[in-house]
Design a protein around this ligand. Structure first.
Ligand code: NDP
Length: 328
């Protein structure tokens, strides 16, 4: 029997439980590429999976961890050979397919992306699903045609993972970035990433008017609920908001007013099943456009045994920026 260390979510009569234990390689799920995982990360969804606060895990036992970087160990996919460095985000890994908080993963080759040139495996996971999603948001705004000449851009949940990368990317692209945060003490951190102004998230989180004074031309929202409704209500005519998250809530108590009276567009972002060409384009842009010093400033590294203790922390909004899990 070949075993490796993994975090495992089990479901018993008392509900969901989480343990760090040996896992038998023979119990990995079907897939044509086996990867020796070197790094993973902590995302909001990982917090949900590990605590069971939302039914993210759909198969038990489950190894949580929705993204990884590593090296191909064996491959029946002609696109990959042993030794190739690879990255994976999404596709239900850590939800329906055994995931990343382990020394090994077996997945489908067509879920993988070659490690983008110019990024180390640790940097790729400092970006992780959160940073990759921030780039998908920026690409959606670009495709819509909104530009820094049209006005400022707001980022909600700015101190979090998606938010931190979004602030850095928008600033690099020339936007005047308004960073909305509930953490006053992170103002300097956010200015360091490129935020021009800090907005107290309390200004946005309570239910507001269907339309309010126009303040920004674009937005990247990781928060949902009344915050997204207020972001839409304060978006300039013909502006656009990319919505990717639900840290405040899954609801969206808005009206059609921003859409039909100001021509505002709401752009939905789903990073899980993004087709390969767009996936690779997003990673290539991240490798080119994300300032490595800013990436380092928003990242801390923990070991695999430590990650279980951070699940509650991220759900409580107490994790700043990005957390890399060093596995090997
Ligand atoms: P983080 O926990 O790192 O960031 C979320 C941030 O939201 C927090 O740091 C906090 O920022 C803010 N926040 C938390 N709770 C509240 C609240 N009750 N009201 C208002 N703001 C709040 O998570 P991630 O960056 O990993 O993910 C952000 C969101 O994006 C999650 O909902 C996640 O599920 C979603 N997501 C979606 C993806 C997709 O494919 N659509 C992919 C990746 C993530 P601050 O302290 O600065 O206010």
């Amino acid at each position: 029997m070949t075993t490796f260390k993994a975090w495992v979510v089990e479901k018993g009569e008392g509900g969901q439980s989480l343990a760090f234990r040996d896992f038998d390689e023979a119990d990995l799920m079907p897939g044509n590429v086996t990867v020796r995982v070197s790094h993973s990360t902590l995302n909001y969804k990982d917090g949900l999976a590990m605590t069971g606060k939302s039914p993210v895990v759909r198969r038990f036992p489950m190894i949580p961890g929705i993204d990884f970087a590593g090296t191909v160990e064996t491959s029946e996919d002609p696109a990959y050979k042993p030794g190739d460095p690879v990255v994976l985000t999404g596709w239900g890994v850590g939800e329906t397919h055994l995931g990343a908080y382990a020394e090994k993963a077996r997945v489908r080759g067509d879920w993988l992306v070659p490690l983008p040139e110019g990024l180390s495996p640790a940097e790729a996971m400092a970006i992780g699903t959160a940073g990759y999603t921030a780039m998908l948001c920026l690409m959606a705004l670009d495709a819509h045609g909104v530009t820094p000449k049209d006005g400022p851009a707001i980022v909600t949940g700015a101190s979090g993972g998606v938010g931190s990368v979004a602030v850095a990317l928008l600033a690099r692209a020339g936007w005047h970035v308004l960073a909305s945060t509930g953490r006053e003490d992170e103002a300097e951190y956010l200015r360091g990433l490129g935020a021009a102004e800090i907005v107290d998230r309390n200004e946005l989180s309570a239910p507001g008017k269907p339309l309010a004074k126009e303040r920004w031309a674009a937005g990247i929202d990781a928060v949902g609920s009344s915050t997204l409704a207020n972001v839409l209500a304060q978006t300039k005519s013909d502006g656009a908001v990319a919505a990717c998250g639900l840290a405040q809530g899954m609801d969206l108590p808005t009206t059609v007013a921003p859409f039909i009276l100001r021509g505002v567009s709401l752009l939905g972002i789903n990073s899980v099943t993004t087709p390969q060409p767009k996936r690779r384009a997003a990673w290539a842009r991240l490798a080119r456009e994300l300032d490595r010093e800013k990436l380092a400033a928003m990242t801390r590294t923990v070991s695999l045994p430590e990650i279980g203790g951070l699940a509650e922390e991220i759900l409580a909004g107490r994790v700043r920026g990005r957390t890399v899990v060093e596995i090997a």
